[in-house]
Structures are given as C-alpha cells and as structure tokens.
Ligand binder design. Structure first.
Ligand SMILES: *Cc1c(COP(=O)(O)O)cnc(C)c1O
Length: 466
C-alpha cells in the first residue's frame, strides 16, 4: 500500500502530511479516479509557498510536476535505466493507472550515519498544528502537554522544558544556589556539557574516575573527593547505563549534598525498577537530534520538589515574578523551549516505548553478529535496566576498525575523550583517572537508529577483515 498519496483539490498542508508518510520526500497526487496526475516533492511545496500560496490553499493540476512512471511488474533492470540521480523515485501503476508502489534508485555511496532521528509519527502533524495556531514561541498547549507527559514517563512531579540539555544543567545548578567556592563532583567520561555548565555557574568542578564494568562514575571515588566545600554530585548515565543511584544517594544523604542526574543519554533507563531522573534533587535531559528522543534542540529539568520547580520556572523566564509581570526578584535567563519544539517532543514521547524496544533490538542484533569477535560490551548489572543510546563496544583495534567501516560507508564515533586529558579541564582533576583513559581509547559507538536495516552484517564483514 502506498501511503504518500493525496488528491487534487486537497490542501498544501495535506500534501506535506502525505510526504511525511514515506521517507522519500515526495507525494503522489491522484485524480478523482485515483489515477496518477503528477507528483509534488518537498521542494515543490517550498517553491509554491515562496510563490505566495498559502498552506491551506488547494492543489490544482497546474501545480504538479510531471514524473516518469512505469507499469507494476516492470523488470528491475529497466527501472534502473529509467532512473538516475535526479529521477530517484518511479511510481509503479496498475492497469488502471493507479499508483500502487514505487521504485527507488539507491545511490551507490549510501552513507550510514551514527544517528538519525525517527520523525515518522505525529511529528509533522503536531508541528504544523502548533505552527498554524500561531503559538510559535514558548507558550502553547504543546509545552504544557510535553511537560506533563514527560513527568508521567519519568515518574516525577514536575518537568520544566528548556532550550537544550546544557542549559538544563546550568539552570539546575543555579536553582540550587551554586556559585563561587562550591565544588561539584563530575565523572571523567562524559560529554563536555556536564563540566561546562558547572564552570559557567561559577562553581568548581571536581573530576573523578569511572568504573571499569559500567563506565559510570565510581561511588568510591566520589567518597574520596568529598571536601567541606562539596555541594553537588552529578552522576551521568553514560551511553544509557544507569549509575549506582542507591550508593550515590546514600553518600549524598550522609554528607548532605545535592544530586543532579545528567540523564541526557538515558531516557527510560531504570535502577531498581525506578526511572533514572527520579532519584536526584533535580535531573536533566537533552533532546538534541541524536539523543533517544528529540525536539531538534531541547532539554528538560525534572524534580519532585515544588519549590525547586518554581525556582527553575522563574529563572528560565528572566527571573520574572510569576504574579507581578516585569518585576524581577532575581537575575534570570531566557532558557525557554518553543511550542514548536514541544510539539515534536509530544509526538516523540508517544512512541518512546517502541523507540526504546527497537534500540534494544538493534543492540541484540549487533551482539549476536559480533558474538565471536573480540569486543567488550557495557555490562548489564542486575537491578539496572540500561537503555541503548548508541550501541557501544570496546575493541583493542578500535581505530583500524573505524577506518575499515568508514571505507564501507559506515560512520562510527569514538568515545568521549576523558575530560582530564584536555588542557582546559586538567586543573579540575587532582587524581589520575586510568579507567576512563583506558575506556576512551578503546570505545566506539556504532550506528544506532530506527530503520537501520542490515548494517550489522556489513559490520561483521569489516570485523573479519580488520
Ligand atoms: C548531549 C549531552 C548534554 C547536552 O545536551 P545538549 O542538548 O546538546 O545541550 C549534556 N550531557 C550529556 C551527558 C550529553 O550527552
């Protein structure tokens, strides 16, 4: 069944909707009898809009582009001859001229990226709805809905949308009153945003090593790093692996410290049956395009503490008094998310269980194919349910493997460099971090996204040749 079909006389908006049903950037436009009249590409729609057509105006035959079509059953070799890099899609028609399928020309140098967002649910529908509502800034129903749906998903009381995962961390630190002289313990193996937010808050990061098996921050090392100035611990659930939240929370309670979980890479991961993000005093998420779910750019702070939630809402919005407009009690920020981004987020969240399951499947597939290869995986620990952000392996021949894969058109990503290896962060690390250094040179992230197809087989070949 062809899904990207629409009729002459329908609106440009419904053409866009039809286009979104297949990842080919084209809508097949049919007459009243269902016969193919022509096609409209996403580029055609853009041109029509630029020429002054409105999004709800109607498609007429003169708007359509001609296209090459072929009868259903045309041999593959002939379809290949008809197609080229410009004519990539050939609609296939039944005896009555009704489009029933299409042929797609695949360019030989197909490049497999590490990540790719899956936007085939209600994303375009909600985005268009938000757009047409004219609520395109940071108020609107999708903001409210995204926040309450996300609270339900994580099992927390309050969610506060923000512009990205980095400012989410900064907002959390400012809401906890962090500033000069305060120390914040962070893991050595993480994306730089974790430590940058601490430095921008005016506090002092203290870098500690991670564990060999889980790749997450080591509770013993946290304990050793605590001083009279320590105020916050930021455990990072790196590559989807939950940190040991039981020990970390008990260390924090013992020393009266705050915990901010950086869950940017771990939406849906669980520790002892509870979602990550529900343990810390505040937890943060990222919705960058390569994360588990996306809003393009975007982030979230979650908390069970109503006072912290109110504080973050105020600071997010210039520190403006909630009941007295244009009265400012604190020096705040503009860290708001737009309703357009939240619309995409709502559609992503609707299908997050499927996304998480599919990512698990992808990892299983990699695991079965690489069963006899000399690679190590992030350890599965009893009581912890990790999510698969990017499938991650450790290999002693990491760099040559990455080269082999690149030659086959498969992109990979080396692990983060240890923070302590970089000159700008070195001063914040007083003890060596041998574990993160050793993980960092061996670690490789493999392509992980919905619709990945047969990449793992190509990977096996590359392993055998490497
Ligand atoms: C991606 C990421 C962030 C930052 O998120 P952005 O939305 O890109 O600002 C923070 N921490 C970790 C661990 C991340 O992976």
């Amino acid at each position: 069944m062809l899904k990207s079909i629409c009729k002459i006389g329908s609106s440009l908006h419904s053409v866009l909707e039809a286009i979104s049903h297949e990842p080919i950037g084209i809508a097949f436009v049919v007459n009243v009898k269902g016969q193919l009249s022509g096609v409209l590409t996403d580029g055609d729609v853009r041109r029509l809009l630029l020429d002054g057509m409105a999004i709800d105006s109607v498609i007429e035959p003169q708007h359509l582009s001609d296209c090459i079509s072929a009868p259903l059953g045309t041999p593959h070799s002939q379809l290949l001859k008809l197609s080229n890099q410009k004519v990539r899609i050939i609609p296939l028609l039944d005896d009555n001229g009704v489009p029933v399928d299409f042929f797609r020309y695949e360019h030989k140098t197909n490049f497999i990226p590490v990540a790719q967002p899956d936007l085939k649910g209600n994303e375009l529908k909600y985005l268009t709805d938000a757009f047409l509502s004219t609520w395109i800034s940071s108020r609107g129903e999708y903001i409210d809905r995204f926040e309450s749906d996300f609270s339900n998903f994580c099992g927390v009381n309050h969610s506060i949308t923000v512009a990205n995962g980095t400012v989410a961390l900064h907002l959390a630190l400012k809401a906890l009153g962090l500033g000069a002289g305060d120390e914040v313990i962070v893991p050595d193996l993480t994306f730089a945003a974790t430590i940058n937010a601490v430095i921008h808050a005016g506090a002092t990061p203290v870098i500690v090593d991670v564990e060999e098996a889980t790749w997450t921050i080591c509770p013993n090392k946290i304990q050793e790093a605590i001083t009279a100035n320590t105020k916050v611990i930021i455990p990072v659930h790196v590559y989807g692996q939950p940190c040991d939240m039981e020990r970390i929370m008990s260390i924090a309670n013992e020393h009266q410290l705050y915990v901010i979980e950086d869950a940017a890479e771990a939406h849906g991961a669980e520790f002892n049956g509870r979602k990550v993000g529900s343990f810390g005093h505040i937890s943060t998420f990222s919705f960058f395009a390569n994360k588990i779910i996306t809003t393009g750019e975007g982030g979230m702070c979650v908390t069970n503490d109503v006072a912290l939630a109110e504080k973050m809402r105020t600071l997010r919005d210039h520190g403006m008094n909630a009941s007295k407009r244009y009265w400012h009690d604190e020096v705040g920020f503009n860290y708001r998310m737009t309703n357009l981004q939240a619309a995409i987020g709502c559609a992503q969240l609707e299908k997050i269980e499927d996304i998480l399951a599919e990512r698990q499947n992808i990892e299983h597939k990699y695991k079965s194919i690489l069963e006899h290869e000399n690679v190590l995986w992030q350890k599965e620990i009893e009581g912890r349910k990790k999510t698969v952000w990017l499938v991650s392996i450790l290999s002693d021949s990491r760099d040559s493997l990455a080269d082999k894969l690149r030659q086959k058109g498969i992109d990979t990503r080396p692990f983060f460099f240890p923070l302590s290896a970089m000159d700008i962060y070195k001063p914040y690390c007083s003890k060596p971090c041998p574990v993160s250094s050793s993980l960092s040179v061996r670690g490789l992230n493999l392509p992980t996204y919905i619709g990945l197809g047969e990449v793992p087989d190509a990977l096996k070949q590359a392993f055998q040749e490497a």
